[in-house]
Design a protein around this ligand. Structure first.
Ligand SMILES: [Zn+2]
Length: 366
């Protein structure tokens, strides 16, 4: 237990620990940085450390004392409460009877964090905490605070409550108004180092060893993605792309007609899973970037699909720059069709035909 268990973003952790150890905690903090690096986790650890009965003076928390355990319970309760409110069809009932604990997670109930939520925050922030020496309000997805509530929040930031620390959490500080931003102490988060992600995957042992380099690349600095990476699922989604690339890249060498059946089978598979189509497209784009990196040579570090390097090399050589660009146009088109909810297979079939009828691939490196 304790801050030692937090992975990556050492500077942010050190800053938190120093504040707690000195007993000087700002009224408002802004945690900004990419998804999945543990911003909320660290906010929670910070809240525990400020209130821990045993280790606060050392700038840490034990995870075992009454208050540390209480903090976990409060978090569970606020999450359950949020889930219930989100399910409610009645807009009035969504915000009825809001009760804030000494540790409270405030998240969007609808697409927004509503004015009632910020009103409650303000009403409670200036009162004495019930169970903790210091109250912590974590406002997650602060960029989603409804415009009607911004001025109200600003008032709290302008007159920092003595008993409450506000932690605003968002992916990008610049999505917040400068007036909000400037009143918070900024804690910047960064993607976690590849080596640390690799260590995590080794420790966990959940992903088979052979797939760990791939998992680390897919995670792209996100601890959350590394922890949830499902090799089987990933390969299932990627398989049709590989078949597609095999089909469009192969006839250039062999002088015979393309295997139309294989080609249309693969495009059918790509279009089938409508709900997950965005994820499927994302994998398609990752392959596209990899092909480009291969073509440019020397950019192997940038390749995401590390487990199929040799195949990428073959495809990129056969497709050439022009083929890869056609592929990109096709993906962009598929993306636009997806947004408009149009039949996908049509798009992929057109793309396949286009790729196959294109003039012979220019030599790699052109
Ligand atoms: Zn404790």
């Amino acid at each position: 237990m304790g801050f030692e268990t937090f992975l990556g973003n050492t500077k942010a952790v050190e800053a938190m620990r120093a504040m707690v150890a000195r007993g000087r905690v700002p009224g408002s903090l802004l945690f900004a940085g990419p998804e999945g690096v543990g911003k909320k986790t660290l906010a929670l650890m910070f809240a525990k450390a400020m209130n821990c009965e045993r280790l606060a003076a050392q700038g840490n928390f034990c995870g075992e004392c009454t208050r540390c355990r209480k903090a976990d319970e409060m978090l569970v309760a606020t999450r359950e409460d949020l889930a219930r409110r989100r399910e409610s069809k009645d807009s009035q009932r969504r915000t009825d009877g809001l009760v804030y604990f000494d540790l409270q997670l405030i998240e969007p109930i609808t697409r927004f964090i509503l004015i009632e939520q910020i009103r409650q925050l303000r009403a409670v922030a200036y009162t004495r905490p019930f169970e903790f020496p210091r109250r912590v309000f974590i406002v997650d997805e602060a960029q989603a605070i409804h415009w009607q509530a911004i001025d109200l929040l600003l008032k709290v930031l302008e007159e920092p409550p003595e008993t409450t620390t506000l932690i605003l959490v968002c992916p990008n500080a610049h999505e917040l108004r400068p007036t909000i931003r400037s009143r918070c102490r900024l804690i910047a988060f960064h993607p976690v180092e590849d080596s640390q992600i690799a260590d995590l995957l080794t420790q966990e042992g959940r992903v088979p060893k052979a797939q760990r380099p791939l998992a680390a690349r897919v995670a792209a600095g996100s601890v959350a993605k590394a922890k949830t990476f499902d090799a089987t699922e990933f390969e299932r989604r990627r398989r049709p792309w590989l078949a597609f690339l095999d089909a469009v890249a192969s006839p250039r060498e062999a002088a015979h007609a393309p295997d139309w059946k294989a080609l249309f089978d693969s495009t059918k598979a790509l279009a089938e899973d409508r709900d997950a189509f965005e994820e499927t497209l994302r994998i398609g784009y990752s392959l596209l970037r990899d092909l480009m990196a291969m073509l440019e040579g020397g950019a192997e570090m940038a390749v995401m699909n590390v487990d199929i390097r040799s195949r990428l090399k073959v495809w990129s050589g056969k497709l050439g720059l022009r083929g890869i660009e056609t592929l990109k146009d096709g993906l962009d088109q598929a993306y636009r069709l997806q947004v408009r909810n149009v039949n996908q297979q049509l798009g992929f079939d057109t793309l396949a035909v286009e790729l196959l009828s294109a003039s012979p691939a220019p030599a790699a490196g052109e």
